[in-house]
Structure formats: structure tokens, C-alpha cells
Design a protein around this ligand. Structure first.
Ligand code: IMP
Length: 215
């Protein structure tokens, strides 16, 4: 059985579409590390959740990366949604020449076993703890990842699009202002969105590895 750490039952249903293994929701509230990339946040969450649950877990983390703002809000998307708000984020982008953006998402898996963890950026926090800056720049092999914290495998998904005035009633979060191929994510059915979304791609990669990997 696989435990998906999320408060969102819709995400669990979506994950079940990809994985043959039984997926159940794990309601585990933990303090997220602050980092400027999603994978570090997700990897830390996966380790904490594994230590809590003692069984195979995965977590996901996603964000909207606006080109004109050098990727902001990115890992801070949730905070910005709660403070600035989705419509005001669109207004901030309106005067810019470049309206490009992307959703990025990661799935991080941990089961406490030794496997070839994703070398970057999973080993970054460990390197930060116990090695000096010079070594940090060169330490990238899987062995160095695996002999410290629990190894974590990272799967990434990405979908490019455009920030537009809000349209559509479906979806959640930034969906109304994110246009892909002529429609906003909020104008698509869940199935249409999942087929192209960052989370759908990350889950598909994870499922392929999980079903085939020699763990
Ligand atoms: P989380 O990682 O799913 O908690 O999402 C972090 C932030 O990105 C929240 O503000 C979400 O609303 C937003 N977000 C993540 N995925 C999507 C998506 O597929 N559509 C719209 N907003 C999203």
C-alpha cells in the first residue's frame, strides 16, 4: 500500500488513476522547510512522513512560475494565493510584456529502503548540513545521497502556458488565470487537465518507475 500525504481527496483520486498499487490518504501535518525549489520541500516532507508512518509514502508539491517575475511565486504559490490572491496576481502580470508562465510539480517518494535516489536536489540539504561549501559543489553521486538520510526519489512535471484574465468555473487555485492551448485550466474537465498538467506528468513518471523499478 502507498500512502499519499495530502489533505486533498481529489489528489488521491487522481493518483489512483495512475498507480496499480492501492493508494490511501495519509493525513500528516508537518512543518514544511522553506526552500526556493519544490523538490527540496517535497523531499523533506517525504522523509518526515516516512518517519511518521513507517511505510511507503509520497508527497507532492507544486507551484506557478511566472516568467516575468523570474519564477515567482514558485514554491511560495500557496502563500501568495492566500495573501495576494489569484486575480491580483494576474493584475500584477498585466503590464508586463511577457505573460508566459508554467506550472511545475514534483512527487517525492520514500520507503526507507536503499535505492538510487534522485541525486539532485535531494542530497542538497544533507550536503548543507555536514560538508563545506567546496565539497558541496562536487558532491553529486547516488552513494553520497543514500548513505545519509533516507533516500528519496523525485519525479517532476511541467506545463507551459500563459497568464490571462480569469476565465472558467472549474479547477482550483490559479487554474482560472492559466491558459494552455487556448483554454484556461478552469475551463477544462478534470480529465482534460490531468492529461496535460504538471501533476499528471509527475504522477505518470512516478507510476512508471514504481511499477518497473527494482526497488
Ligand atoms: P500544492 O503544492 O498542491 O499545495 O499547491 C501549492 C500552490 O499552488 C497552491 O496555492 C495551489 O492552489 C497552487 N496549485 C498547485 N497545483 C495547481 C493546479 O493544478 N492548478 C492551480 N493551482 C495549483
Amino acid at each position: 500500500m502507498l500512502r499519499f500525504v495530502t489533505t486533498n481527496a481529489g489528489k488521491v483520486r487522481e493518483a489512483r488513476e495512475y498507480l496499480d498499487e492501492e493508494v490511501t490518504r495519509l493525513d500528516f501535518d508537518y512543518r514544511e522547510v522553506q526552500a526556493d525549489d519544490l523538490a527540496t520541500v517535497a523531499a523533506d516532507g517525504a522523509r518526515k512522513a516516512y518517519e511518521h508512518a513507517g511505510e511507503p509514502v509520497f508527497v507532492d508539491d507544486a507551484g506557478l512560475f511566472v516568467d516575468a517575475f523570474d519564477g515567482f511565486p514558485g514554491p511560495y504559490s500557496s502563500y501568495v494565493e492566500d495573501t495576494v490572491g489569484v486575480e491580483r496576481l494576474w493584475r500584477l502580470t498585466e503590464p508586463e510584456d511577457d505573460h508566459g508562465a508554467a506550472f511545475r510539480g514534483v512527487v517525492a517518494y520514500c520507503d526507507g529502503e536503499e535505492f538510487a535516489a534522485s541525486p539532485e536536489p535531494v542530497d542538497r540539504d544533507r550536503r548543507g548540513q555536514d560538508q563545506d561549501a567546496d565539497t558541496r559543489a562536487t558532491a553529486t553521486t547516488d552513494d553520497q545521497v543514500a548513505d545519509g538520510d533516507h533516500p528519496v526519489k523525485i519525479f517532476e512535471g511541467y506545463v507551459p502556458g500563459t497568464i490571462v484574465p480569469p476565465r472558467g468555473e472549474g479547477g482550483f487555485g490559479y487554474d482560472p488565470i492559466f491558459e494552455y492551448d487556448g483554454r484556461t485550466f478552469a475551463e477544462m474537465s478534470p480529465e482534460e487537465k490531468n492529461a496535460v498538467s504538471h501533476r499528471g506528468k509527475a504522477l505518470a513518471e512516478f507510476a512508471e518507475w514504481y511499477e518497473n523499478a527494482d526497488r
